[in-house]
Design a protein. Structure first.
Length: 343
């Protein structure tokens, strides 16, 4: 057994894979059939639990006891589902919060005892590449010009990934990637402490985001991008709010193109709302209500910066992004399925 992976004898044309993505704010399970031709079919609807595993990790560098208990409860729920749906392989991937937690071995040991698979704590660059694979492997690329820049805005980190050849986007097609330690939970806990946040707090958070962007752009030449694809709960939530949806519908937000001026207005509005005001919007998951403003601020800063870089690089203007309901979790399943199917 590899870290994070359980393997069994696989059918040569099709395997059933369980992928688990454990992030700073949420943990998700996806069980899908992966076929040799690269197609994926979900066996059960994906499951999501908001566990806020990264609670105070930015400050203490440790998992809080209550956060661990929430994670274990979710893992027990997933174990029941996996017992009902046998799989050929499981890969459990942990990201930003787990990378930073000094007591992560305790977490890894207990998760392994519940799910019989050890969490694999991946580097930000691999997280970026898998997010790219999931986003570009699922979104319809009809009418989308390459190269693509995929932005995965999580609770603890945000990944920028440049790649794609216009026809296919395997994981090896990534040209450059960088992971920034900025996310909706981190920015909220680090800067946006008042309800609603003060102008000074927003200014300090913006300065922090821009500092990370300065460093990221030394590694990823985002100005080469022709299409921006946004993934993660923060991005799809803001997309749903732009569309005026009353309830979240992944089919409505997946693959839709959103104009900058629309999302900037919505992001600013929800950043400056109180948490009580946000709860009136049922489309926002209760576990995101307190941090969605932090995510909105990051999204605005990243989009504006990339747009500027594109214009500087080749004189064109990108004034919209494509929203994708697929990302890291899909990349985990697709990548692992392909590896199991290799002769």
């Amino acid at each position: 057994m590899l870290d994070g992976v359980v393997m069994s004898e696989a059918n040569k044309n099709e395997v059933t894979i369980a992928g688990i993505d454990c992030g700073t704010n949420s943990i998700r399970l996806k069980i899908s059939k992966v076929r040799a031709d690269g197609t994926v079919e979900d066996v059960v609807p994906r499951m999501l639990r908001v566990i806020r595993l990264g609670q105070d990790v930015d400050k203490t560098h440790r998992f809080a006891d209550e956060a661990l208990e929430r994670a274990y409860a979710a893992a027990h729920d997933f174990a029941k589902i996996l017992k009902e749906h046998p799989v050929d392989g499981i890969r459990f991937v942990a990201t930003s919060a787990t990378r930073d937690a000094e007591n992560r071995k305790e977490f890894e040991d207990n998760i392994e005892s519940i799910l019989s698979v050890r969490p694999e704590v991946i580097a930000g660059t691999e997280e970026a590449a898998l997010s790219f694979l999931g986003a570009t492997g699922s979104v319809s690329r009809a009418g989308l010009e390459a190269p693509y820049i995929v932005i995965d805005l999580g609770g603890g980190s945000t990944e920028l990934v440049l790649g794609g050849d216009g026809e296919s986007a395997p994981i090896t097609a990534v040209q450059a990637a960088y992971s920034m330690d900025i996310g909706s939970v981190r920015m909220t806990e680090r800067h946006l402490r008042h309800d609603p946040p003060t102008l000074d707090e927003i200014a300090e958070a913006s300065k922090d985001i821009d500092r990370y962007l300065d460093e990221a752009l030394e590694h990823v030449r985002v100005g080469r991008a022709r299409t921006i694809i946004g993934v993660s709960g923060s991005v799809t939530t803001m997309t749903a709010l732009v569309l005026g949806l009353k309830e979240y519908d992944h089919r409505s937000v997946d693959g839709v193109r959103v104009a900058y001026h629309d999302v900037f207005e919505v992001d600013d509005r929800f950043l400056n709302m109180t948490r009580a005001e946000r709860t009136a919007y049922k489309i926002i998951h209760p576990g995101r209500v307190d941090v969605v403003g932090g995510g909105a601020l990051i999204w605005n800063r990243v989009l504006a910066r990339i747009s500027h870089e594109v214009q500087e690089d080749h004189g064109q203007i990108i004034d919209s992004y494509v929203s994708s309901d697929h990302g890291l979790l899909d990349g985990i399943v697709l990548d692992y399925g392909k590896r199991l199917l290799q002769p």
